[in-house]
Ligand binder design. Structure first.
Ligand code: SF4
Length: 315
């Protein structure tokens, strides 16, 4: 039977801005099977990073989790205090951030920072560190170990962060747009490292706005729009037959063959402060109906996917 490493139940998160409360994550329910790469995809501003930061208890002070559970190996992360979550963060659950420089301390050498992650230091510690750097295909290991973060390229810094998750033996790795700041060839090599992590039995939740990455590297995908999961599916099925109009629009904007005109998604994602009644995607939807403007859709579920759209409602 499939085993889920992470389960999210009825999660609701919002932000206080000038004394008003604005929802950012709307009652989402998700499960993440062990040993797979799961994508959460959508445009910037759709709530993907808020979700990741909620898992790690890294939300800003004006955020509030109003309801829900995040069960990691059966324990609710939202019930842990700061000391307890610190024991999990960077150890059982690792983060590969968009900007690796933010996760590395500029004042310490790479070796010192890797040593920090080793739980029980012993005579093999130096070997453990070198082995992890070797696994992330760093060639000049001795030079890298004595370097400070600013002396390394962006791709090399991401490799070091991935090595940290190997040393910590993290079971779950959250990758928040990990290749955004990198050029294409370096991006591909970092994404290939995520496949290596999956081969080692790790589970990865990959945040991305790039559906070509989803298609090439991920097993399942959840499409997010303004805090709602609008479609969840196995990757091949979603690309073969997208159901939700937002998913269709994202795929239409994806370069596929030479000479094909790319479609634009109508309008722009609304700011969190704008209240939208009914389906949140209705101002941009090519299939909008009267009901969409006033009534939030329910999920249409079959064994292959969940879709939040009135087009699939059962009459
Ligand atoms: Fe479009 Fe209506 Fe479906 Fe929303 S519910 S995506 S507006 S068809």
């Amino acid at each position: 039977m499939d085993k889920n490493i992470l389960e999210v139940k009825n999660l609701n998160v919002g932000f206080y801005i000038e004394d008003n409360f604005y929802p950012a994550i709307n009652d989402i329910n998700l499960s993440f099977e062990e040993g797979k790469i799961h994508a959460i995809a959508g445009e910037s501003g759709c709530g993907k990073s808020v979700f990741i930061n909620t898992i790690l208890n890294l939300l800003p002070k004006n955020a509030k989790i109003t309801k829900g559970e995040i069960l990691f190996k059966g324990n609710d992360l939202l019930k842990l205090n700061q000391r307890q979550i610190r024991k999990i963060r960077g150890r059982e659950i690792s983060l590969i951030p968009q900007d690796p420089f933010m996760s590395l301390n500029p004042l310490y050498t790479i070796e010192n920072q890797l040593l920090e992650v080793v739980k029980n230091k012993d005579k093999d510690t130096k070997n453990t560190i070198r082995q992890a750097l070797n696994e992330v295909r760093i060639k000049n290991i001795e030079n890298v170990l004595v370097s400070y973060p600013h002396e390394l390229s962006g791709g090399m810094k991401q490799r070091v962060i991935i090595a940290m998750s190997l040393i910590a033996n993290s079971k779950l790795i959250l990758a928040d747009e990990p290749t955004t700041a990198l050029d294409v060839s370096v991006s591909n090599s970092i994404l290939n490292l995520l496949l290596d992590l999956k081969d080692k039995g790790k589970t990865i939740i990959l945040i991305t706005h790039d559906l070509s990455i989803v298609s090439n590297y991920c097993d399942t995908v959840k499409i997010m729009y303004l805090g709602d999961i609008v479609e969840s599916a196995i990757v091949e099925q979603l690309f073969k037959e997208p159901f939700h109009p937002y998913t269709k629009a994202l795929l239409g904007a994806l370069p596929t063959k030479k000479g094909k005109k790319l479609e634009n998604i109508k309008g722009q994602i609304s700011p969190i402060t704008q209240k939208i009644t009914g389906c949140k995607f209705h101002p941009r939807c090519n299939f909008v109906m009267d009901i969409c403007k006033n009534k939030k859709p329910d999920y249409y579920k079959n064994c292959y996917r969940d879709v939040l759209c009135h087009l699939y409602r059962k009459n």
